[in-house]
Design a protein around this ligand. Structure first.
Ligand code: ADP
Length: 269
């Protein structure tokens, strides 16, 4: 009886330790799988422009007597692939840097900061025959990392431009509620299905790979945007924008402006 009890106890403890080991190893295994998938995706994305570049350069090499004008199509296609690769490597570097911790450096910011950004968006939209409206409702100053917020807005604005048609309409509204800054970016473009809404924040995820690549999409913009929002302790959500289009709803936790000690001193003098 003693031996049987010991054997049962031994088997049970082995089973429990196997079960526990599985659970403790699971996050490590998942992280490894994610990293592997990321490296595979990044390599694939680099291989495509490299293959096209190789092909174009070989064509140029096979006909050394041709003039630059004759070969201009090959040269311009090669240049476009080089630009793609540069964009991709810059984005990958940004993601890697951010993975090791994103530091927020807040500055006192007022409505003018947003209005200046809106001005440049207005010009870009006009050039593409689209309409842009930017509205900012802020009473007083807020503390924000201006470069991160600008990057976030630009990712969403670029997407709204890319994924809307010729009579595209893009709106950005900025409001403040309590200690949160709200950012709404809406467009009347092709919209995002409920299925894809869950996946577009994944790195390299694109709804229609062939079409988005044509539009210069790498599938990294929204994952960068999410990283920025998370660093702010905020959240980002996607809603439909009836009758057609997408609305990004972002909430950033902001600090109230601090009064610099020197100013208190000056005030009291
Ligand atoms: P990309 O560089 O491909 O635009 P993102 O990460 O920014 O990468 O976006 C991921 C995918 O989400 C895009 O490929 C596109 O299919 C979809 N998407 C993003 N923004 C919009 C939008 N405003 N309207 C429709 N689809 C969008």
């Amino acid at each position: 009886i003693v031996l049987t009890t010991m054997a049962i106890f031994w088997v049970i403890s082995i089973l429990i330790s196997l079960y526990l080991a599985n659970w403790t190893l699971l996050p490590v295994m998942l992280a490894y799988e994610k990293q592997k998938e990321f490296v595979e995706n990044a390599s694939h994305e680099l291989r495509t422009p490299l293959a096209i570049l190789q092909n174009r350069l070989e064509l140029l090499f096979q006909n050394p007597t041709a003039t630059i004008i004759d070969e201009s199509e090959n040269i311009s296609a090669s240049l476009s692939e080089v630009r793609n690769m540069r964009l991709l490597t810059t984005n990958l570097l940004n993601l890697a840097r951010r993975d090791s911790g994103l530091k927020i450096e807040p500055e006192e910011t007022n409505a003018t900061f947003f209005e200046n950004i809106f001005e440049s968006y207005q010009m870009l939209a006009q050039d593409a025959d689209k309409t842009f409206t930017g509205t900012v409702k802020l009473d007083g100053n807020v503390n924000l990392d201006q470069s991160l917020v600008k990057q976030l807005m630009t990712i969403l604005f670029d997407n709204a431009m890319k994924y809307s048609n010729e009579d595209g309409k893009i709106d950005i509204l900025i409001t403040k509620s309590g200690s949160y800054l709200n950012l709404f970016v809406s467009d009347n473009g092709e919209g995002i299905s409920n299925e894809d809404k869950k996946r577009v924040f994944d790195r390299f995820y694109r709804v229609d790979k062939a079409r988005t690549r044509q539009k210069g999409g790498l599938g990294l913009g929204l994952s960068l945007a999410k990283q920025i929002v998370v660093a702010y302790g905020g959240r980002i959500a996607i809603e439909d924008n009836p009758p057609k289009g997408t609305k990004f709803v972002i909430r950033l936790k902001i600090e109230m402006p601090t009064v610099h000690p020197a100013r208190i001193f000056q005030k009291n003098k």
